[in-house]
Design a protein around this ligand. Structure first.
Ligand SMILES: C[S@@+](CC[C@H](N)C(=O)[O-])C[C@H]1O[C@@H](n2cnc3c(N)ncnc32)[C@H](O)[C@@H]1O
Length: 251
C-alpha cells in the first residue's frame, strides 16, 4: 500500500518537494495500512485513512498532555530523568530513537542539551516539522533551542567531545489491542510493519562505545532486556522500565 502526500490548498509546491524528497530517499511504505501525509498551513500530519474515523497524528508540543508535562517543572520525578543519575542540568545527552519526540522534549525541558536521531524518513519529517513550529512559540523556544535532530541512524561517535549519556527506546511489538498503545504510537507502528527494531542490540553496543558514562534502554515493564549483557540496574515505572548499561570506552 503506497503512502500518498496530499497538499491542503496553497501548499502544493511544498507537497511536491516532500514527495520528491521521499522518492529520492527511495522510501516506500510496505505495510498494509493506508497512509497519507497531509501538508497544510498547520504543518505536517500523518493520517491512517483505512480507519473510520481516520487516525490523525500532528504533533503539537505546546498542547495536551505533552505540553503540560513540559510546562510544569517536576521533571526530576520522571523515571527517565532519574535513570540519567545525578548529571549537571546542562549535560549533553543523546536520544538515539527520537520517534515522536516525547522523550527528546522531556530531556530538553529538564535542561539537558540533546542530540537526537531518527532514521525513519516519515517519522523524522513529522517530528522535524513539529520542532520547527514549537521553536516559534514563546513557551517552548528555549527548550527547542537545546535540541539538535539528525536524520539517520544514531551515530554517537560523530560527536566531539562525546555525549555524557544516551537513551535508546527501540520499537517493541506491543499487543495491538492494548489500550496502552496510544493512538500516536499506533500510527508510528503502522509505518513500520515489522514493529520492532531488529538491530537494537547493535545500536546498544554502538551507544555504549560512544558515550562517556551510561546508556539507558527504555523497555515495556515486562519485556526482556536487549543485548548480550545483563543491565547494571533498572529504574521501574508504572508501565516502562529503564535498563542501565555502563559505557564501554575503548582503552
Ligand atoms: C519506540 S519509538 C521511540 C519513541 C520515542 N522515545 C518518543 O518518546 O517518542 C522508536 C523509534 O526509534 C527509531 N530508531 C530505532 N533505532 C534507531 C537507530 N539506531 N537510529 C535512529 N533511529 C532509530 C525508530 O525509527 C522509531 O521511530
Amino acid at each position: 500500500m503506497p503512502l500518498t502526500v496530499q497538499a491542503i490548498l496553497g501548499h502544493e509546491a511544498e507537497a511536491r518537494a516532500l514527495r520528491e524528497t521521499l522518492e529520492a530517499l527511495g522510501y516506500q511504505h510496505s505495510g498494509e495500512a493506508e497512509l497519507t501525509l497531509e501538508l497544510g498551513p498547520e504543518g505536517l500530519a500523518l493520517l491512517r485513512t483505512d480507519r473510520r474515523p481516520p487516525l490523525r497524528l500532528r504533533l503539537d508540543f505546546a498542547a495536551g498532555r505533552q505540553g503540560y508535562r513540559l510546562a510544569h517543572a517536576g521533571h526530576q520525578r520522571e523515571g527517565l530523568i532519574r535513570a540519567f543519575g545525578k548529571l549537571p542540568r546542562d549535560s549533553h545527552v543523546i536520544d538515539a530513537s527520537a520517534g515522536i519526540g516525547r522523550d527528546t522534549l522531556l530531556l530538553a525541558a529538564h535542561g539537558f542539551r540533546v542530540t537526537a536521531w531518527e532514521r525513519h524518513p516519515v517519522v523524522y519529517r513529522v517530528l522535524a516539522d513539529a520542532l520547527a513550529r514549537a521553536s516559534r512559540t514563546s513557551e517552548l523556544a528555549t527548550i527547542i533551542e537545546r535540541i539538535t535532530l539528525f536524520e539517520g541512524p544514531a551515530n554517537p561517535s560523530q560527536l566531539e567531545p562525546l555525549a555524557t549519556a544516551a537513551v535508546f527506546d527501540p520499537m517493541f511489538p506491543e499487543r495491538a489491542k492494548r489500550a496502552a498503545v496510544k493512538k500516536d504510537m499506533q500510527l508510528i507502528q503502522a509505518l513500520m510493519p515489522d514493529v520492532a527494531d531488529p538491530d537494537a542490540d547493535q545500536t546498544l553496543a554502538t551507544l555504549r562505545a560512544g558515550v562517556e558514562r551510561r546508556v539507558i534502554v527504555k523497555r515495556p515493564l515486562h519485556a526482556p532486556a536487549i543485548g548480550p549483557d545483563t543491565p547494571q540496574a533498572s529504574v521501574k515505572g508504572k508501565s516502562v522500565r529503564f535498563d542501565l548499561y555502563p559505557a564501554l570506552q575503548a582503552p
